[in-house]
Design a protein around this ligand. Structure first.
Ligand code: NAP
Length: 334
């Protein structure tokens, strides 16, 4: 076996993350301990959460200098306890070629599509969109559904799922080009550019009948705008707050008075997709059906090379990506 290329956190970023916050090293391939497997990383998921891991405790304890940055991915089991060599698993190998991980945290992938789909539309972000939009948002025929970071991995799927359920979907992104794509290729009814100087008015104009569901990935100005257009009995799906992950400011707040919340009968609910992991197979089945029927379009981009992981994350936080961004560390097994 070759050596293990790894990317460590060198300094925890105080505000915007940059390449010099990371250190590339070559280490040894670890031996799996009892109850562990040695895995070889194939694809790494590039997530806003990679940045949040260095800010605060998430579903992982806060990470700091001297640690390999945590990251989800798809990997191949090479040896160890409880899983056969060759098994493909969804797990958290982190930014490295080889990792020893607890077998209990490795979820075997039943490959039913392109492997990369299992990290995107049929993986973490697709599942996030599925449970967030359908269990909490509950979009109905004719309702207006607003989605922030709508051209991103989670947002584009959340929007497509709402459209499949008969809603009129409005997306917020940072570029006219992404917005054109959402309208021309993914069936969004309208879009708004969050960088527009008239952003709040643009959201109102794009939602003439108000908003029944807001699937919020960003917090910040998009959430403040949505609060002006919520209809009675609307639902706010709190998926994430990316507007504050790459800054030195504290987390985004929900700027609404309790009386207003009551009068709106607004349902506000956060969630973590990992809580529903037992239901992922059922969700995958439905999502695969919509993909096969041509109703749900997978949107993904793959950047080659572990060494490009920091750049891929920095670019994601700058809004470069269209759909699910991943880093390829090794070829798909044949
Ligand atoms: N609750 C859960 O279980 C769960 C699971 C997975 C992900 N999430 C959350 O889902 C959200 C989306 O994650 P993702 O993996 O799908 O990433 P993504 O949407 O593919 O990528 C992030 C996007 O966020 C937008 N963005 C970046 N900086 C921003 C800022 N300062 N203000 C507003 N928007 C900004 C950019 O799009 P534009 O520039 O075009 O706006 C960028 O493309 C994140 O908040 C993440 O934490 C939650």
């Amino acid at each position: 076996l070759s050596k293990n290329r790894q990317i460590f956190i060198k300094d925890v970023p105080q505000a915007e993350v940059a390449e010099n916050h990371f250190e590339h090293r070559t280490g040894v391939i670890p031996d799996p301990g009892p109850g562990q497997v040695l895995v070889k990383t194939i694809l790494l998921s590039v997530d806003p959460a990679n940045r949040a891991y260095m800010n605060f405790d998430t579903f992982n304890p806060k990470m700091g200098a001297g640690q390999v940055l945590g990251a989800f991915g798809i990997a191949e089991v090479l040896s160890g306890d409880g899983l056969d060599p060759g098994t493909l698993v969804f797990c958290q190998p982190g930014w490295q070629e080889y990792a020893a991980i607890d077998t209990a945290t490795a979820i075997p992938v039943k490959v039913r599509s392109k492997l990369s789909h299992h990290l995107g539309v049929l993986g973490l972000t697709g599942m996030t969109a599925y449970f967030g939009m359908l269990d909490i948002g509950e979009p109905r025929e004719g309702e207006t559904v607003l989605v922030s970071a709508a051209a991103g991995a989670t947002g584009n799927v959340a929007g497509q799922l709402a459209r499949i359920h008969g809603a009129r979907v409005v997306g917020i992104t940072s570029s006219d080009e992404k917005n054109r794509y959402l309208q021309d290729e993914l069936g969004f009814a309208a879009t708004v550019n969050r960088k527009s100087p008239t952003f709040f008015d643009d959201v109102k104009a794009a939602c003439p009948d108000g908003v029944d569901v807001f699937f919020d990935n960003t917090g910040g100005p998009a959430l403040d705008a949505a609060l002006q257009v919520f209809n009675q009995k609307s639902r706010l799906v709190v998926c994430g707050a990316i507007s504050t992950y790459n800054t030195d400011r504290p987390g985004a707040a929900l700027n609404i008075q309790l009386t207003q919340l009551a009068l709106l009968r607004l349902k506000v609910q956060g969630f973590v997709v990992l809580d529903d992991i037992a239901r992922w197979p059922e969700a995958e089945e439905k999502m695969a059906g919509w993909i096969n029927a041509g109703a749900l379009k997978p949107v993904e981009e793959i950047i080659d090379g572990l060494e490009n992981a920091p750049r891929a994350l920095i670019g994601l936080l700058a809004g470069e990506n269209l759909g699910k961004r991943m880093v390829r560390v090794a070829p798909d097994p044949s």
